[in-house]
Write a protein that binds this ligand. Sequence first.
Ligand code: NAG
Ligand code: NAG
Ligand code: NAG
Ligand code: NAG
Ligand code: NAG
Ligand code: NAG
Ligand code: NAG
Ligand code: NAG
Ligand code: NAG
Length: 663
Amino acid sequence: MVRPSKMLQTIFLVILCLWVNINGLGNGVVQQYYVNSSVCKMPYVDPFARKLMRKFQRDKLKLCHKDKGIVRSVFDYEMQQYRLQINENVARPMLETRKNATLECVYQKVLRNNTAKEPDDTYITLQSRPIVHQQLVPRDTDFMVTKCYAKDIKNSTELLQEDAMTFIQQMWPSTEKVRSQPSVLILGLDSVSRINLRRAMPSVYKFVSRPGWFEMQGYTKIGDNTFPNLMAVLTGHSEKGTEKVCDTSKPGCLDTLPFIWKRFKSANYTTAFAEDCESINTFNYLKGGFVKQPTDYYLRPLLVAIENNFNVTKRYGLSYCVGRQLSSSYVWNFGKQFIDRFLGRSPMFGFLWSNSFTHDEYTGATALDKLFLKYLKSVEETHLFERSIVILMSDHGQRYNLLRRAASGYFEERMPMMFIYIPPWFRLKYPALVENLNKNRNRLTSNYDVYMTLQHLLQLDSKSMDDFPDDLRAKQCPTCQSLFFEVPLNRTCQMAAIEEKWCCCQPTETIRRSPHVMTIALAIVERMNNHLQEQQLTGLCHNFSLKKVHKVDRKTILSTGLKPADKDEHVYIIEFSTFPKKPRFEATVRWNNRTNKLLDMDVEDLSRLNSYKKDANCINEKKAKIYCICKDSIKQERKLTSARRSLYTLADWFRCLYYRFKF
Ligand SMILES: *[C@@H]1O[C@H](CO)[C@@H](O)[C@H](O)[C@H]1NC(C)=O
Ligand SMILES: *[C@@H]1O[C@H](CO)[C@@H](O)[C@H](O)[C@H]1NC(C)=O
Ligand SMILES: *[C@@H]1O[C@H](CO)[C@@H](O)[C@H](O)[C@H]1NC(C)=O
Ligand SMILES: *[C@@H]1O[C@H](CO)[C@@H](O)[C@H](O)[C@H]1NC(C)=O
Ligand SMILES: *[C@@H]1O[C@H](CO)[C@@H](O)[C@H](O)[C@H]1NC(C)=O
Ligand SMILES: *[C@@H]1O[C@H](CO)[C@@H](O)[C@H](O)[C@H]1NC(C)=O
Ligand SMILES: *[C@@H]1O[C@H](CO)[C@@H](O)[C@H](O)[C@H]1NC(C)=O
Ligand SMILES: *[C@@H]1O[C@H](CO)[C@@H](O)[C@H](O)[C@H]1NC(C)=O
Ligand SMILES: *[C@@H]1O[C@H](CO)[C@@H](O)[C@H](O)[C@H]1NC(C)=O
């Protein structure tokens, strides 16, 4: 039985809903823009849209250990070297429970095998040596693994703790130019959009909203995943562009590219690069890695060693605890040591990247918020922000699941965070450059502009982009420019080398009633099937058949903007799923509704909105993983009989018919 009060409440709600619908509450709100020009209207996205927030979840931080470390390292400023200390107090209770045991700690130096064919995937651990309390760490030691044992009278040992340590201590002679050359530290969190930073990491967002920080609100990614986006920032190349130079999956190829840290090095900067989760490292996952160690300080050898030898706990889909530490804390601690050693002594360039919390699940970002704020505050105490340019950035937003499927999902994926901090002395010395940066916050910008900005920091006396010779320009976007020069207001995506698929300049309208929708979706699926044949993948990957169209958006054609050559041509963003295994895709396609033709759709550019992890194990090619539904992945599931398959085809046909006549 329904209680009368409940019924009244329901009636009231229904009336309210009707009223809201009729009066269009919310429609009266003026659309705001991140970029507002005649050729680019990038719509503002409300991070706290109620529909999404209802499902948005927060997660608590989980630490990896509760006990204290038996061995720790401290920097001895007098000796300019690290010392190892053994904390007997920590060990004592452990020994007391093991009768008559004595403590024995050893270390092993870890290094890169520079003579191996793929040095990035190797490490060498040297012979164990006993640790003596207060002993100095040899200057040539970058990394070590420590182990502490309880040893009983029969000499049998039990491992109590193992840990890994980094030491940035080898000194480069300090240079005179420290004061005039700005140090640059780039901090990266994978898959964090500007929109989600506000939602998931409010403390960090508050930190980067302080004076001196500039948020590039019109910053748009140029490629799908991490590799192309970081390539553009660090080398000025696109993924497709490098294919013409060499094969990035072969060792040695990446070494030949103009990584920006090379130019910083030749300007006498000290350089560092660190990234967590070694199996998915940007330059190693399905790539050849670096043959020559890319930067003066390079964390990878240690991470390869410990992720393969320590106990690893997975969380958010990736290595979370490696031994007793969070995998990301190896990166942040390494960065902190780098700052501690070189700030004020040598100009420095550091690139620190963390995947572990944020790569796979947005809830990881919520758990990281307070911890990352603590880190920012700890580097603030080193006076980093008094001297250096600091960039907090990401490669792209969330590419699947809740955030991606929300109404704002298109923008979520395409708007990585990009916050640039300029220290006070720089603002005083270069007010015009900083004013330009300030204006550019609301201009259309891309990864290649960040590459040029880093180039600019190495030649601050430049008057304009004319002062940059071709070999310093971003190869894939010669028209891209330093963010310290004013970016033209009427810049198009093309001018910033942002492909149509990633372009956020035209607001979209959702199409509900259009006879074209099914026709377009079926044409896309047909195109996908043809692509499998062209790529000779039909042996491995299953054919597609349309399951459902979830959403269709059409990009509006700006009245003053660039118009397509044919007035019947429109850009559609179609979200759909297919059989078998119901993968969810998003295609951005040009469609001519007079000729009913799909124009130049590249299947390799499809977005995949759910994880392909369980579908694509039969294939190693990164691009193909997005769309290949491996036949061997469906063997366990009920195989589609040919009758069922024809039923689907028939269903497609009816659905198409239905849409044609209904509207
Ligand atoms: C966008 O720019 C146009 C032209 O300058 C202006 O009329 C309009 O008010 C601007 N819109 C917003 C939301 O700022
Ligand atoms: C070792 O332990 C035994 C019994 O627990 C005790 O009798 C003995 O004195 C201990 N020896 C030493 C050297 O502590
Ligand atoms: C380093 O790699 C080379 C080539 O694979 C190998 O011959 C050598 O034994 C390795 N060195 C160590 C110490 O493992
Ligand atoms: C334990 O090791 C020490 C030093 O290596 C040795 O002197 C001692 O004889 C060993 N004791 C036993 C019981 O093996
Ligand atoms: C780098 O340092 C060397 C040695 O101190 C010096 O000769 C050279 O001019 C410096 N280069 C630059 C670009 O400052
Ligand atoms: C690693 O995990 C195994 C199995 O859970 C456990 O027995 C071992 O003690 C762990 N090692 C360390 C060093 O914690
Ligand atoms: C953009 O503006 C500049 C000058 O303000 C003009 O020369 C150029 O033609 C404009 N470009 C477009 C695409 O409107
Ligand atoms: C897969 O799709 C292609 C292209 O539409 C078609 O020629 C082929 O017969 C299909 N294969 C199967 C097994 O359905
Ligand atoms: C194509 O779409 C445009 C815009 O929706 C519409 O005005 C036009 O009539 C359509 N043409 C055909 C042939 O359906």
